[in-house]
Ligand binder design. Structure first.
Ligand SMILES: [Zn+2]
Length: 437
């Protein structure tokens, strides 16, 4: 039987419902049994609840959705697995994630998708998966989109690699549109990349490297906006890194093209300079770029051009990252630090309200048609309580991921996830969450 949880005096921010008010919420039998507007000075604690949580000063959100994580399972479970990935998600306030498909084996057949989803159901959070666009992500032969959808894939992606063959990509778009699956795209053309994972700018030059130029992304984004326009497919441009890409998508959306875009917390927080300080823990594809790119991404998130914040949570072992920059794998973990970075860079900085920020952290529910994302009476209880006034430090004691590859390791970050509830069960709790009722 599930616990009855009574949350008192929380500030409810439900971006899809437009709520921003002080409430008390009762969770019973996995669902939100009631939401009452809190009366200042009033006392309405439910005496029958197993847990009574005083959330004064805390924010209450629907569980967030991250449309872009790498849980490395199956195949690379020394980096992460479904259980540790789910724990990291819950710690970060995410109750829903979509896994990318660069696993071994790949999710390119219905059986493989069914297998990973069956195991994912035991984690406590809602784990979805992509299906691959091409077999083995080799960019040669399209998978059976209808069969992958039937098996449970919620989007198509070869993330990690672009689909370079334009004719094949056009065929993929046409079929995806017919089947009704969005395609999520890693936009980096290798012909414009020397050393991957570092921007072809001042820092790369200083290190004697030719990095990944902005043209590698811009050229692919331009091509795929055209494909979305011609085929009617719903496309997502993943982890935008260049200011020109933001502008291309802004113009496309203004013309009515059905294109979505993600930005990661690291791309709106850091620039290429981070490589000098953090080495391989600041190496990712696409790379961190310049201040103007970072500011354009923030502007794009603010005006809705970039409608989803995605972490691109990409765990690697310490050994893999503890080598010279050019030999280390690309990618950093991001699920656990995302909300603190949204808080610091987007909300505390005065750029957007919590309601706007939360909308970018829940938009994936709408784009990919996933259950969840609302705090309403009768809905399954997927909730996050966040204390904006507290701080924490990512380290061995606090992080739930198997991996430690983050440039934010050891840095004091604002805002603590106090409680994460998925389907009415507590899946993460900060030790200090329970106060005297
Ligand atoms: Zn990617």
């Amino acid at each position: 039987m599930k616990e009855t949880i009574y949350i008192r005096n929380a500030r409810l921010i439900d971006p899809m419902g437009g709520e921003d008010r002080s409430v008390s919420v009762l969770v019973r039998d996995g669902r939100i049994a009631s939401i009452e507007t809190e009366i200042p000075g009033g006392h309405s604690a439910d005496e029958t609840a197993d847990r009574v949580i005083d959330a004064t000063g805390w924010l209450l959100f629907p569980g967030f959705a991250d449309p872009h994580v790498h849980f490395r399972d199956p195949g690379f479970t020394e980096k992460e697995d479904l259980m540790t990935g789910a724990a990291a998600a819950a710690h970060g306030g995410f109750t829903t994630v979509i896994m990318m498909g660069n696993t071994r084996p790949h999710p390119d057949t219905p059986g493989r998708i069914a297998d990973v989803l069956a195991r994912a159901r035991k984690t406590g959070i809602r784990i979805h998966t992509c299906g691959n666009v091409t077999y083995e992500m080799a960019g040669r032969e399209l998978t059976d989109f209808a069969a992958l959808k039937e098996a449970g894939a919620v989007l198509l992606s070869d993330d990690g690699l672009p689909v370079l063959d334009e004719d094949l990509m056009e065929k993929a778009c046409t079929e995806a549109a017919a089947v009704g699956l969005p395609i999520s795209l890693h936009e980096e053309d290798p012909q414009f990349i020397g050393q991957a994972g570092i921007h072809d700018g001042a820092v790369a030059a200083q290190m004697g490297l030719r990095g990944a130029s902005r043209e590698s992304e811009i050229s692919m984004v331009r091509r795929d906006i055209g494909l979305a326009e011609r085929t009617g497919a719903v496309l997502t441009v993943q982890h935008i890194s260049a200011k020109e890409s933001v502008e291309l998508i802004r113009q496309a959306r203004a013309r009515g093209v059905r294109i979505h875009a993600e930005a990661t917390p690291h791309h709106f927080t850091l620039t290429e300079e981070a490589v000098l300080k953090h080495g391989s823990n600041a190496r990712m594809n696409p790379p961190l770029r310049e201040k103007e790119d970072r500011l354009a991404i923030i502007q794009g998130i603010a005006d809705g051009t970039i409608d989803m914040i995605a972490t691109d949570h990409a765990p690697h072992t310490r050994e893999e990252k503890a080598v010279e920059f050019s030999k280390a794998p690309s990618g950093i973990i991001g699920l656990e630090t995302a909300l603190s970075l949204v808080h610091r860079e987007l909300v505390q900085s005065g750029i957007m309200t919590w309601r706007e920020a939360a909308s970018r952290l829940t938009k994936a529910y709408e784009v990919y048609g996933l259950p969840g994302g609302r705090v309403t009476e009768g809905a399954e209880a997927d909730l996050v309580l966040f204390a904006p006034g507290e701080t924490w430090i990512p380290n061995d004691e606090t992080l739930r991921s198997k991996a430690r590859n983050t440039p934010f390791l050891g840095e004091k970050l604002p805002g603590v996830v106090k409680l994460t509830v998925c389907r009415g069960s507590i899946v993460h709790e900060d030790r200090k969450a329970e106060k005297e009722a």
